[in-house]
Design a protein around this ligand. Sequence first.
Ligand SMILES: *Cc1c(COP(=O)(O)O)cnc(C)c1O
Length: 383
Amino acid sequence: MSYAIESLLIHGGKDMDKETGAVNIPVYQTSTYKQQELGVNSGWEYSRTGNPTRDALEKLIADLEGGKYGLAFASGLAAIHTVLSLFKAGDKLVVSDNIYGGTFRVLQNVFEPLGILYEIVDTTKPSNVEAAIDDSVKAIYIETPANPLLSVTDIEEVSKIAKKHNKLLIVDNTFLTPYLQQPLKLGADIVIHSGTKYLGGHSDVVSGLVVVKEKEIADRLYYLQNAIGGILAPWDSFLMIRGIKTLGVRMDRHQENAIKIANWLKDSGYVSKVYYPGLESDPGYETQKKQAKGPGAMISFVLKEEYDYKAFFKNIKLITLAESLGGVESLVCHPATMTHAAIPKDIREKVGIVDELIRLSVGIENVDDLIEDLEKAIKSSKK
Ligand SMILES: *Cc1c(COP(=O)(O)O)cnc(C)c1O
């Protein structure tokens, strides 16, 4: 379909049930399908291999990312696991230095023991990626803006390096979603999402999505999806389609609130650092502006020394202390002990994930209420 993304969010993929005209794709809560005779079926055989509700979601995310083939999984990490299963012992990946903690964990504790290696580099400087390339490298794996320091990697520049050396470029697009950034159009080969976050948008479903544009990679991934079996259930596929319909309006409000909060934090006198690629002072500002429609709604900051960060987490009221992000409600977390606890302390501190770092997922509440909550919590945590 060639509609703009706001229309694709509502009508992309399968758009309605052909059989009944139902405007929403039904939940095909079935594990198997009747075969007319031996070797003859309706195109559906068994729901691990394919399910019409999941198929609608898979076609939808493919349309949204400007790709051709979509795949839906039981979680973001199930999606990542399946993508990493493209590789074999002796293969190496070049990986961004502040990726999601769980991605780091599966690389280190599941794939490395199987002989699949990785090298962590600061991908915000594409020359570091180029320097890490050798024959054993099969793919470059980036997240931008990366978690939790919102550091921005130039997707187009890295994709040029990937193409020059004939390597795959894999981009985790969870933080921005295709509404704000479309990595396949910037040269990426595989896009990964934790659908649990903005795409689902209501903190009520865990899911993962993958989109590719080339048939050869897609065929291998469909094979792995069926062989490994980490698929998304019909009901959760329905919830994802339902969530995605409002992605545009949610994201607009998320971002409007985040821009106000980031500027307020910067000028507040309470913080020593604000990480947000929507601030002109941020090192990723120009690249972000070039490759995405907006900076998104994740902000990280470091409180000044005179404030006790542990007390801050106790004092915050409207904003919820919880893992995860991207839901309609604002969430705050402590990366060093929560989302990024799997990363060894020395690596964490080297890249800036210090104990005082606070990560905020800005929701769609009234922004003045959010700022008031932040200000009260900070003031009352003065040492
Ligand atoms: C949450 C997250 C994941 C993992 O997804 P799950 O759905 O929790 O398995 C991967 N990447 C990023 C950027 C995330 O935020």
